[in-house]
Design a protein around this ligand. Structure first.
Ligand code: MG
Length: 363
C-alpha cells in the first residue's frame, strides 16, 4: 500500500507559541497537542512524539505500548522539573501496515477517515463534555458553548499510567485519513472538513486548506493537520485484507471495548440504584397505616409494584379523628417532611389538633 502524506501546522491567530507537534515518519504518523503553559506544553508534546518515534525506530513494543511509555516519560520529566509540573499532551497516532491502520489515541485530538464520500470519526474525545453528551446530560450543540469544553479527562503525562484507546481499521484504495489537533475541529464544522477533504486534489493541498480555513474562522488555537492518502502501490495489501476491510469482524480489541462499555453501563446502573436508594431513605412523610397515623421513611410511591417506603414510627392517633381541613386532609396521600424530626413535629401538631377537636366534641 502506498501512502502520500501532507501536513501543516500553524500557531493560529491568537496564541504566541505553537504547542502542537506532529510526526511524519512513514509508516508512523502522529499529532500531539501539548498543555501546561510555557515551556511545559511544548516540551510534553515534543517529548511524547520523540518517544514513540525512538521506540518505533528501535522496533520496541506495539504502538499502544509506545504511547504508554511516552506517558511514563513525560510524567517522570514533569516530576523532575518544577517548571514542567502538570504538563501533558494529547497524542493520536496511526501506524500504517499492509493490514491497514492501527490507531492509538489519548485526549481530544482526532482521527478521521474519508471513504466513498463519507467522513467517519475514528477516535473518541476524552473530554468532560463528551462524557456529558454520552450520558445524555447535554447536547453536542451545548457542548460547543460549554464553559468546561476544554477539560480533558485523559492526557499523556499527567498520571503514572494512562489508558490508551486502540483500534485497527482496514484501508482501501482511495481512503483519506486525517489526524488533527482540536485547533481544527474547534473552529471548523465536520461538514466543512469533509467538503474540503473531498474537493482537495492532493493530501498536502487538503492539509493546507484545512489550516487556512481554521485560521479564517478565528484560529484561536494552534492547528495541526496530517492527511494520508491511501493508494495501491508497492507492498500492496495482503490477500484478504480488502475483504476484512469491507466486512470487519469483531477483533480482540473490539471485544475488550464492548466488555469495558458493558462494565461502565453496569456501574452506572448500580450507581443510579444506590443513588435512588440513598435518596428514598433520606425522605420522610406522615401518612396512614391500618387506620392510624404513622411516620414513613421513603416516598409515597411504588415502582414496579415495590413500595418505596416503610413505617418507621407508629402512633396511637386514629386517622378518623384527624380534622379534614388543610393540611391534614392530605394525610391519606402523605404529608412529606424533610427529616425524621420534622415528621415527628407534624405528628405533634396532628396530635394537638385531634385533642382540640375531641375536647370540642365532648364539651
Ligand atoms: Mg489545542
Amino acid at each position: 500500500m502506498k501512502i502520500e502524506a501532507g501536513f501543516a501546522t500553524d500557531v493560529g491567530r491568537m496564541r504566541e507559541r505553537n504547542d502542537d507537534a506532529y510526526l511524519i515518519e512513514p509508516p508512523l504518523y502522529a499529532v500531539a497537542d501539548g498543555m501546561g503553559g510555557h515551556p511545559a506544553g511544548d516540551v510534553a508534546a515534543q517529548l511524547a512524539i520523540a518517544t514513540i518515534e525512538g521506540l518505533f525506530k528501535q522496533g520496541k513494543g506495539t504502538l499502544g505500548e509506545q504511547v504508554r511509555e511516552a506517558n511514563r516519560i513525560v510524567f517522570e520529566r514533569s516530576a523532575d522539573d518544577r517548571r514542567l509540573s502538570g504538563m501533558g499532551t494529547t497524542l493520536t497516532a496511526a501506524l500504517i501496515t499492509s493490514e491497514g491502520a492501527h490507531l492509538a489515541h489519548v485526549g481530544d485530538s482526532r482521527a478521521y477517515l474519508l471513504r466513498a464520500g463519507a467522513l467517519r470519526r475514528l477516535t473518541e474525545d476524552h473530554t468532560l463534555v463528551n462524557r456529558m453528551i454520552r450520558a445524555g446530560e447535554i447536547t453536542p450543540a451545548e457542548a460547543e458553548r460549554h464553559p468546561h469544553r476544554n477539560v480533558l479527562l485523559r492526557v499523556v503525562g499527567t498520571e503514572p499510567d494512562v489508558d490508551v484507546d486502540e483500534d485497527s481499521i482496514g484501508l482501501l484504495d482511495g481512503d483519506r485519513l486525517v489526524l488533527c489537533s482540536d485547533g481544527l475541529t474547534g473552529m471548523v464544522a465536520e461538514e466543512q472538513i469533509q467538503a474540503i477533504l473531498e474537493t482537495s486534489g492532493t493530501a498536502q493541498e487538503a492539509a493546507d486548506r484545512l489550516v487556512r480555513t481554521a485560521n479564517r474562522a478565528g484560529g484561536i488555537d494552534n492547528i495541526t493537520v496530517v492527511v494520508l492518502d491511501v493508494g495501491e502501490g508497492d507492498g500492496a495489501m495482503q490477500p484478504g485484507a480488502g475483504a476484512r476491510a469491507a466486512r470487519p469482524g469483531p477483533d480482540r480489541s473490539t471485544l475488550l471495548r464492548w466488555a469495558a462499555r458493558a462494565a461502565v453501563a453496569l456501574a452506572v446502573a448500580l450507581a443510579l440504584l444506590f443513588g435512588l436508594r440513598a435518596f428514598v431513605e433520606s425522605q420522610w412523610y406522615v401518612g396512614i397505616d391500618q387506620g392510624r397515623v404513622v411516620i414513613y421513611q421513603g416516598i409515597p410511591a411504588e415502582v414496579l409494584g415495590f413500595r418505596l417506603s416503610h413505617v418507621e414510627v407508629q402512633t396511637d392517633i386514629m386517622a378518623g379523628d384527624v380534622p379534614q381541613i388543610p393540611p391534614w386532609d392530605d394525610l391519606e396521600r402523605g404529608l412529606t417532611a424533610p427529616s425524621r424530626e420534622d415528621a415527628l413535629q407534624i405528628v405533634g401538631e396532628i396530635d394537638r389538633a385531634v385533642s382540640a377537636a375531641v375536647e370540642k366534641g365532648t364539651t
